[in-house]
Structure formats: C-alpha cells, structure tokens
Design a protein around this ligand. Structure first.
Ligand code: FMN
Length: 316
C-alpha cells in the first residue's frame, strides 16, 4: 500500500493520496480539522482552507447564549484556561446569518457543532439543520465543562449518551460525531454507548477541568473559578484517551488535545485517530494548520506511508 501500480511500473504516491482519510461517512482530503470554538473564518485570511479536511464551527445552542462573565481566558505555564460558556447567537441566527457565509467561503465539508439541554432539544436542532443545504455533519457536544446542567450531564452517562445518539442517528444520514469529555471515569464505556447508538464517529477530547489562582491575592484567575484546560499540557491525557477509545470501538476517532505540530498529529494517528483537530494551537500560531499539513505530507511521502497504514499501530 501507499504506492500506485501503473502499467506494471510502481510510481511514487503523491502527498495528497497519502493524506486522504475517512471520518465515518465523510471522505477527507486531509486528516486535519479545526477544534470547535477555536477557529473562525477570519483565521482563513492567513491560508487556503483546502489544507483542512473539514471545518467544525463553534457550538450552537437552540437559544442565543451570552456566555460567562470575564475574566474567562487565562494563559497558564502549559496551555490555556477558558470559561467562554458556549457564547453563540443561537440556532435561528446561525442558520440565517452564519451558515450562508460558511457555505460561500468554505469549499470543504462543514461540521456543525451543537449542544442541547435535553434529548428533545438536540433532536429539534438536528431537524432544523437537516432542512439546510451545505452541512456535511454534526458534532454533538456532550462535553462542555463551562455550562451548568447542559452538555456535560449527557456526556457522563453512557445510558443517556446511548438514548441521545440512537434518536439523533434516526434523523440524519450525515456524519454524526459525538464529542466526549475527558472528565469522566470510563470514557471507553461512553464511546461504546455512542457506537451502539449508531454514531458514525467519536471526537475527543474536550477541555479538562482546570483552575488558576493568583498566589498573591488568592483570587481565581477565572471569574467562574473552575474552567476548561486545553493546549500543550493536556496532550498526554488526550493521547491516552485516544488510545483507550481506539481499543474499545470500531468507528473512527477525530482526536484533539494539545496538538500543535505535524509530529503531534502523527502521535495521535499512531494512537488510533483517523483525523485530528487543531484547537489552542490556532491562538499561538495562525499558520499552524498549513504548517502541520505540509510537515505531515512530507513525512508520509518520505516514508511512503498512508494515514490508514499507521492508524492505531502504536507499538507497546
Ligand atoms: C476558547 C475555546 C473555546 C472552545 N469552545 C468550544 C465549543 O464551543 N465547543 C466544543 O465542543 N469545544 C470547544 N472548545 C474545546 C476545543 O474544541 C477542544 O476540544 C479543546 O480545546 C482541546 O483541544 P486543544 O488542546 O487542541 O485546544 C473550546 C476550546 C477553547 C480553547
């Protein structure tokens, strides 16, 4: 594999063949996406979105959300704390104002991230979005640590995840990716519940709980106290959970958590990811995405390996 046989002559594969990947029902030109909430269209002023296999937008809720009061961002020694609280314009404004712009600007699959406060609300949102063209899939956010009595309550119970996913999978043929929280005791069990409910892929991880305190005054750096921790410091956690979930399910994994470079991306693919997302890295280096794809493509080409050949083949 990794080479193309033509007229009995072996020709070297090109980088785009090697970078091809699949996420559930989606064919991805590259395995790279952007993590929900960390990237919007203005970032595309820096590079051509064609280096991305898909685009995942900020999580949308049924009603608009103002988010949490500031301060709600704090840079730690090794990563970022955020307590944005799913600030978003709500489903109707998303469909009326944002979706047409995404459709116009992106010529790659669009995955819409949604969160709801009940199974019925999630289902109602999917039904509305099913009526809209230009959407390739959904990322179901059952894992935001910054909202009370929403998202997270779903993500910690495998029984509820099963019921939710079963209902949503009956409503769509589009990609149905369930985004899991690392803040649970057994993530593999929850991933299996999503698979049993007919999810077509799993995304992981969302933010880890985190906190920072000013040592002089004792004041929390984040208004709400506990926040979501992301970026470089969570990479070992995300890698371990990717490996654990890859052992437990057959559906593909979209992995994220501390990925900054092509070397990081490769580690996640060895651990079992079919696709990877850049999150906090986008704030540090707006060119992280094209640089990652360039480096990954060169490595695969040099080694004559495709994504599918190394996925999940970690040597232990
Ligand atoms: C500022 C900020 C906002 C985020 N907003 C969302 C969101 O709306 N929905 C979601 O599912 N994840 C959200 N996340 C989590 C990311 O999508 C991702 O799961 C997490 O940051 C881990 O990846 P990273 O370490 O590469 O950043 C947010 C993360 C950050 C830093």
């Amino acid at each position: 594999m990794g080479t193309v046989v033509n007229d009995n002559k072996k020709t070297r594969p090109n980088a785009s063949e090697l970078l091809h990947s699949k996420l559930g029902v989606l064919e991805l030109k590259t395995p790279l996406t952007v993590a929900s909430g960390t990237f919007d269209l203005e970032s595309l002023e820096f590079f051509d979105p064609a280096c991305l296999g898909a685009f995942v937008c900020k999580t949308i809720t049924r009603q608009p959300k103002k988010g949490n009061p500031p301060p709600r961002l704090y840079e730690t020694e090794a990563g970022l704390l955020n307590s944005i609280g799913l600030q978003n314009p709500g489903l109707d404004a998303f469909i009326a104002d944002k979706l047409p712009v995404y459709r116009e600007s992106l010529h790659i699959p669009l995955i819409v991230s949604i969160s709801g406060s009940s199974i019925a609300e999630f289902a109602e949102m999917i039904e509305s979005l099913e009526a809209c063209a230009g959407i390739s899939g959904y990322e179901i956010n059952v894992s935001c640590p910054n909202v009370e009595n929403e998202g997270i309550a779903f993500g910690i119970s495998s029984e509820i995840v099963y019921k939710l996913v079963l209902q949503l999978s009956s409503l769509t043929q589009r990609e149905l990716c369930i985004k899991l929280s690392p803040n649970v005791s057994n993530i593999a069990e929850i991933a299996q519940a999503a698979e049993a409910g007919k999810a077509s892929s799993i995304a992981l991880i969302n933010s880890v709980y985190g906190m920072a305190i000013d040592y002089r005054t004792g004041k929390s750096r984040i208004k709400k106290g506990i926040a979501g921790y992301t970026g470089i410091g969570i990479k070992p956690v995300a890698l371990a959970l990717t490996h654990k979930v890859a052992q437990a399910v057959d559906i593909p994994i979209l992995a994220m958590g501390g990925i900054y470079t092509w070397q990081d991306a490769l580690e996640f693919i060895w651990a079992g990811a079919s696709a990877i997302a850049l999150g906090t890295a986008n704030f540090v280096n707006p060119l992280a995405a094209p640089e990652l794809i360039m480096g990954l493509g060169e490595f695969l080409l040099q080694q004559e390996l495709s994504i599918s050949e190394i996925r999940g083949k970690v040597k232990i």
